[in-house]
Ligand binder design. Structure first.
Ligand code: NAD
Ligand code: ZN
Length: 358
């Protein structure tokens, strides 16, 4: 048995308003006049009050990140090329946004030092050089991207992360007040990514006490927020940010499961986004996760959330096959969910039937 020895985030600051400590945090990380580059989610591009709090010094620059689509390797390479052309080298990259912006920040920070295209590094432990200093600042909670050792990218041939010990952030800034403005449906979809991480980790065959401790706490927080509370408040934002963190820690030492494996197929073929895609799939997984799905359905109802239906209607056999192949390619996820004999349990025919119900 070989135990995973995983790299974690180096520094964590938590609390409402801690974003304003960023200037002080960055000061010792500045190399001469090489700038800090702030990747900011497009939601904030016209929010002057927020932008004025970004601690720009010298040649520092704000780069607005377009999150219409989930991050692509082409977009990573393009921004890297632009930054290199403009500045040569930078002191660091700070990603301020959701999973999309945080993943862009991780990827570009790595690609400032590693040669070639980010598509060359989609996989496990292909990144050979540490990137530049990088900071993650979530403005929506749920993905766990703030603590993970991957950044998920859609490349020319696959959707796969740059998983490596160089990928985790050097610093994260967890300021729940930054998440106040998230629209309720979006907040729910991304929060359910966390809830689903917990269910998949806690019911999986890879579970150990390390994962369980984080997973149980994160799931309990999600239930408290979405089932026990009758009104969204600051306390909910605070707890959801910690749920995301703990949910991410839980899967660091285990794996996700069926919902993620199936939703990757949707993302690849239809471009369905991670949070909503997981919800669309999880909604139909009562046979795998009876308790989790029952709670999920109660949360959906209580919060009046719409889960899209019929999204695979009218797809061709070839298209179903593409999704099935992408999904069955995620062996560790299936093994975690269904055990070593997963191939006899989740056949292509059974998966096709599941896709047809989405
Ligand atoms: P997102 O980053 O795509 O953002 C969702 C929406 O919320 C966007 O429209 C954005 O503009 C908006 N938004 C963000 N902050 C806001 C705020 N404070 N106020 C108002 N609107 C705000 O969504 P996400 O669900 O956080 O991230 C999904 C991405 O994360 C996917 O690309 C997925 O692949 C990736 N992901 C990565 C990991 C990882 O470990 N690296 C894990 C899970 C998911
Ligand atoms: Zn996820």
């Amino acid at each position: 048995m070989k135990f995973r020895n995983f790299k974690m985030v180096d520094y964590v600051v938590y609390g409402n308003g801690c974003f304003d400590q960023l200037d002080e945090i960055l000061a010792p990380k500045r190399n001469g006049d090489a700038p800090m580059i702030f990747f900011v989610d497009m939601y904030f591009q016209d929010k002057k009050d927020f932008l004025s709090r970004v601690p720009l010094r010298g040649k520092d620059k704000i780069v607005v990140i377009d999150v219409t689509d989930e991050p692509k390797t082409k977009y990573v390479d393009q921004i890297r090329d632009e930054l290199k052309a403009e500045f040569g080298q930078v002191s660091g990259i700070i990603g301020i946004g959701g999973g999309s912006v945080m993943d862009m920040a991780k990827a570009v920070a790595l690609m400032m030092t590693n040669p070639g295209s980010s598509a060359d590094y989609q996989g496990w432990d292909l990144v050979k050089l540490p990137g530049v200093y990088k900071v993650g600042i979530p403005t929506i909670s749920g993905t766990g991207a703030e603590v993970s050792r991957t950044c998920v990218l859609t490349g020319p041939t696959r959707k796969l992360g740059m998983n490596s010990d160089f990928t985790p952030f050097d610093q994260i800034v967890l300021d729940p007040s930054l998440t106040k403005t998230v629209e309720p449906n979006q907040r729910f979809y991304t929060a359910m990514d966390c809830f689903i991480h917990c269910v998949e980790s806690l019911t999986g065959t890879y579970l150990n006490a390390f994962s369980q401790s984080y997973g149980e706490k994160a799931q309990e927080l999600c239930e408290e927020i979405f089932l026990d509370k009758d009104q969204w408040d600051d306390d909910a934002d605070e707890k959801l940010m910690m749920a995301s963190y703990a949910g991410g820690m839980s899967i660091a030492y285990s794996q996700v499961g069926v919902a993620h494996a199936v939703s990757y197929g949707l993302a690849y073929l239809l471009g369905t986004k991670h949070g909503i895609g997981n919800c669309i799939v999880f909604d139909k997984l009562e046979e795998f996760y009876p308790e989790g799905v029952e709670k999920f359905k109660r949360m959906v109802k209580k919060h009046n959330i719409t889960i899209p239906q019929g999204i695979t209607k009218g797809l061709t056999d070839e298209q179903f096959d593409i999704m099935i192949n992408v999904s069955l390619g995620m062996a560790p996820l299936w093994e975690n969910a269904l055990g070593k004999d997963w191939k006899t349990i989740m056949t292509a025919e059974r998966l096709r039937k599941l896709y047809e119900r989405l």
